[in-house]
Design a protein around this ligand. Structure first.
Ligand code: TYD
Ligand code: MG
Length: 453
């Protein structure tokens, strides 16, 4: 077979294609495919003869205790990591430019260093003086972090190999270049190769390596998704512009629960932890108003209450608007279809706007009932009781399915002053005094009981 001279690679997800296309079939991104020299395999690199050496194999039994995890003391970060940093692990921290990744990781580096870990921070984006100035501004000038500004992978690896730190932070992976690869920094092949080298270094030397990756909008720079499969833990730093809240969310974690979140607030003095996110997300709630429903959710191991807000308006468009922020829009379409088909409540000719207050993203199917309640409350122009939370999954038949951890959700709601809950009939709840619980088997009876329709 003739060897391809070039490959077409998607900069968003790293998939390779035989020819250029405007849209990547693998991840659906537009304008992300670029032509690149393939990572290949020069002549003679194939497996023509078996000249490798045998890999030493061993059993599963071990006497060694697992190495202790390093705690930063930033509780929100330690929890998202699954209970501290695992030595020798590779962590990717992705996020939009300007969201606060460098700030978070500089604070993390200082926290690890202050708790006795050897921490090295390599900046490929800013000069040492700039990082130092930021550290001063954050009040971290005295933390024993060792700082370097470099983009050449070979020099970085040499430094790390000599220093053998406990934690190495590389900001960012898109600025690094390896002299082994003939491609510009930030290209898929450079990002992949440099990340691979650093992950290998982490495993071999027991240094925890944290890689920063910018989420890119235009196609010329490879995004963090390209290295997701190589690392142990993938964290994304999210937030809405205009909100000071930032959420660090675990998307994948070999050493802890995925979907765990840490909540931070961006202040003039850096990121500060938010210990009680429910109170924060509900803080802007005023008088009970139509279109608002409080969802008792679970993020990772922690219950979090959020407010789902809906607005319904007559539409002048042939296909009415469905604007959804912070929720899965496919899920919302399904709920609208179920309301129409099973409960005979049409939304045709109406614009629908849905939003989660505070810039939070909710991915749980358990939010279905709260979404439906917000939609109905907006449509009927009738407010839900102010002391009421909801959760439950809606199936296509219109039945309400129970969801996990009902008691944790209810306890959190109770703690925040809610005294009523609407949930699926089959939910098992024991021992919650003082909470009025309304159960509904399906969406139709929920609509009948709550809105008297
Ligand atoms: P930064 O950490 O540089 O973002 P990233 O590394 O993800 O690109 O954060 C930049 C933003 O954070 C910038 O808009 C200013 C803001 N910021 C604060 O509000 N307070 C602070 O103390 C710091 C250091 C930054
Ligand atoms: Mg940065």
């Amino acid at each position: 077979m003739a060897k391809p001279t070039t490959a077409f690679t998607c900069t968003a997800c790293g998939a390779t294609h035989r020819k250029w296309a405007g849209k990547c079939d693998a991840c659906g991104a537009w304008n992300s495919i670029i032509e690149e020299a393939p990572l290949s395999q020069g002549p003679g690199r194939g497996l023509g003869t078996l000249k490798g050496k045998a890999v030493p194999l061993s059993g599963l039994a071990t006497q060694e205790a697992p190495p202790p995890r390093a705690m930063s003391g930033i509780a929100e970060l330690d929890r998202v990591l699954g209970g501290g940093l695992v030595p020798g692990s590779a962590i990717l921290v992705g996020g939009d430019p300007g969201i606060g990744k460098s700030t978070l990781l500089l604070q993390a580096a200082a926290a690890f260093a202050n708790s006795g870990q050897q921490a090295i921070y390599i900046s490929g984006e800013e000069a040492s003086a700039q990082v130092r100035m930021r550290a001063q501004r954050l009040g971290l000038g005295d933390a024993p972090v060792r700082l370097g500004a470099e983009t050449a992978l070979r020099d970085i690896l040499t430094t790390l190999d000599a220093e053998r730190p406990d934690v190495a932070i590389i900001d960012s992976i898109q600025t690094l270049w390896s002299d082994q690869i003939e491609a510009a920094p930030g290209s898929v092949s450079q990002v992949r190769a440099t990340a691979h080298e650093l992950v290998t270094f982490a495993k071999r030397r027991g240094t925890a390596v944290i890689l920063v990756g910018h989420v890119t909008k235009e196609g010329q720079i490879a995004g963090p998704r390209v290295v997701e499969h190589m690392v142990d833990t993938v964290l994304y730093f999210e937030g809405e512009r205009g909100h000071q809240f930032r959420i660090l969310r675990a998307h994948k974690n070999r050493f802890g629960p995925a979907d765990e979140i840490g909540v931070f607030e961006m202040t003039g003095g850096g990121l500060s932890e938010v210990a009680n996110p429910s109170a924060l997300f509900l803080s802007e709630r005023g008088e009970p108003s139509p279109g608002s429903a409080v969802f008792a959710g679970i993020e990772g191991t922690r219950p979090v209450l959020t407010e789902v807000q809906a607005l319904i308006a007559p539409s002048t468009l042939a296909s009415p608007r469905r604007t959804v922020v912070g929720l899965d829009s496919g899920r919302v379409s399904t709920i609208l279809a179920v309301l129409e088909a099973r409960c005979a409540i049409p939304f045709a000719g109406l614009d629908v706007f849905l939003n989660v207050a505070g810039g939070m993203r909710v991915n749980e199917p358990a939010a279905d009932l709260a979404i439906a309640a917000a939609l109905l409350s907006a449509r009927e122009d009738s407010a839900l009781p102010a002391d009421c939370v909801l959760f439950g999954e809606i199936s296509l038949s219109g039945a309400l399915r129970p969801v996990a951890q009902a008691e944790n959700r209810l306890k959190e709601a109770q703690k925040l002053g809610f005294s009523r809950a609407i949930l699926p009939t089959a939910t098992k709840v024991e021992g919650l005094a003082g909470m009025r619980i309304n159960r509904a088997p399906d969406l139709t009876s929920f609509v009948g009981e709550t809105f008297g329709a």
